[in-house]
Design a protein around this ligand. Structure first.
Ligand code: FAD
Length: 401
């Protein structure tokens, strides 16, 4: 039986989900350790650009949001998790604001955009660096609390012990053991590793390798939909410096459309992600695609239709990146092709974010059910916040009973 430092709650992963869980658990009075594979900043969440969904528009409601999620998932999502996600979305936004996130506003309210699969304008943004803003605010909250950050700690094993769990981490100094009454797994998805295996491009951070899911499955946790991986319809295809970049879906929310080699629109540019990605694959298959200068398949994204105002407020980072690569998206169309992006499925959780292992909770991309087999844009950062908070609170409560 390994010995090591002991905590009430051990959180694994420092993306939006892990940070939200750690902040919530610490506020609930638990002694928290937040362990992460490399630095606290290294994660997919910080790369998220487009935004976060919440039914805050006058013509919107959590029920309409839930209906959009179920439809986009082709009725494969868990309706109970979806109800939690959408009904807690407005309070999750206010919690993030209380933590220091400043969402972009216009005309006295939130600047809301409509994203793929959504029937209403519901996407809140912080420019086009929403994930960066959310993780920065949560990280600063965590760092001002009493929690312990364990950086360069890669989880390699999780084993039950009396009154909790024993976790083994690979560190620069060799193996390290941590004991905890409850554990929150928030180690994200596996699309970086999967893309390497498939010799494809991915939008993901190099730490998105999925071994923590495997560790949980080996410990006996149940999974769902793990085979359902999502392609982001708009990976950057050219210039080479933008290959693997996820062109924010807000480009399409603000008027950009997909077009084939003849300049014809061939799909609803704001359809659900899987349908839009498939339409691009099909168009290229039919010979209606365009080749990039280095011979890759692509179609056009006509970004010249975006107004200068919208682009400057909601797409400044994207504009900067493309202009640095020698292309001005407001003057010329850009080349795009789907790119491996998101693990839709994951560990089975209940409404408290508990997995099928007692005292082990999961939130964020590592968890399954909230999106079924096809996630809508903007619902991942939301899931990280809603279920991260729930996981942190439930793990703290578990440790205190
Ligand atoms: C480019 C890009 C743009 C996106 N845009 C949006 C968007 O606009 N809106 C939206 O809702 N979603 C978006 N997403 C999806 C969303 O950002 C992620 O799915 C979500 O943030 C995942 O959060 P997470 O906390 O679950 O995982 P991550 O943010 O990936 O964090 C996982 C953490 O676990 C750590 N870790 C991994 N393995 C181990 C291990 N063995 N031991 C210890 N720690 C480990 C990692 O280092 C990392 O800190 C985007 C994703 C990408 C890549």
């Amino acid at each position: 039986m390994p010995t090591g430092k002991s905590y009430d709650v051990l959180v694994v992963g420092s993306g939006a989900a892990g940070l939200a869980a750690a902040v919530a658990a610490e506020r609930a009075g638990a002694r928290v350790a937040l362990a992460t594979k490399t630095t606290l900043q290294a994660c997919n969440s910080a790369k998220a650009q487009g935004g976060i969904q919440a039914a805050l528009g006058e013509d919107d409601s959590p029920e309409i949001h839930a209906r959009d999620v179920m439809q986009s998932s082709h009725e494969t999502a868990n309706p109970r998790l979806v109800e939690v996600l959408t009904s807690e979305a407005p309070s999750a936004i206010h919690w993030l604001e209380e933590c220091g996130v400043e969402f972009t506003r216009s005309n006295g309210g939130y600047r809301l955009a409509r994203c793929g699969g959504a029937s209403r304008k519901r996407l809140l943004q912080v420019g086009d660096r929403t994930g960066h803003a959310i993780t920065k605010a949560l990280r600063e909250r965590f760092e001002t609390g009493s929690g312990t950050a364990l950086t360069h700690h890669a989880l390699v094993e999780l084993a039950p012990r009396e009154n909790g769990w024993a976790a083994t981490f690979a560190t620069r100094e060799g193996d390290s053991h941590i004991l905890a009454s409850s554990v929150v797994l928030a180690a994200g998805g596996r699309c970086y590793r999967e893309a390497q295996t498939r010799h494809e491009l991915s939008t993901n951070h190099a730490n998105a390798t999925g071994e923590v899911t495997r560790i949980a499955l080996d410990a006996g946790a149940a999974e769902r939909d793990l085979d359902a991986l999502q392609y982001h319809p708009n990976g950057g295809a050219w210039p080479a410096s933008m290959q693997g970049y996820s062109i924010p879906e807000t480009t399409r929310a603000y008027g950009a459309v997909l077009a084939n080699a003849d300049g014809d629109e061939f799909t609803d540019s704001l359809g659900p992600r899987d349908i839009v990605s498939q339409a691009i694959f099909d168009e290229v298959e039919k010979g209606k695609g365009v080749l990039t200068p280095d011979g890759r398949p692509a179609v056009w994204l006509d970004t010249t239709r975006i107004s200068v105002d919208d682009a400057e407020i909601s797409l400044p980072y994207m504009l900067r990146r493309y202009r640095a690569g020698g292309i001005d998206p407001l003057r010329e169309k850009i080349l795009t092709y789907p790119v491996l992006h998101y693990q839709n499925g994951g560990l089975v959780i209940d409404e408290r974010a508990e997995t099928t292992l007692e005292g082990v909770f999961a939130c964020g991309e590592i968890a399954g059910g909230t999106h079924g087999r096809n996630r809508m844009m903007g619902n991942s950062l939301l899931e990280c916040t809603v279920f991260g908070r729930r996981a942190g609170n439930a793990a703290a409560e578990w440790a205190q009973t």
